[in-house]
Write a protein that binds this ligand. Structure first.
Ligand SMILES: [Zn+2]
Length: 44
C-alpha cells in the first residue's frame, strides 16, 4: 500500500511494504505493484 507523508515541506509517497519514498504518487504505485517486500504476513 502507498501512504502519503509530509517531509521537509514536501509531499512524499511511501511504499508501506519496504519504506521506499517517491515524489510521484504514480511512481510509488508502480513500485508497489512489483515490490518484493510485499508478502502476505497475515498468513503466517
Ligand atoms: Zn516497496
Amino acid at each position: 500500500m502507498v501512504v502519503q507523508t509530509e517531509r521537509d515541506d514536501a509531499t512524499w509517497y511511501e511504499c508501506e511494504s519496504c519504506g521506499l519514498l517517491f515524489d510521484e504518487r504514480e511512481d510509488a504505485a508502480t513500485h508497489e505493484e512489483h515490490c518484493d517486500a510485499e508478502e502476505p504476513s497475515y498468513i503466517q
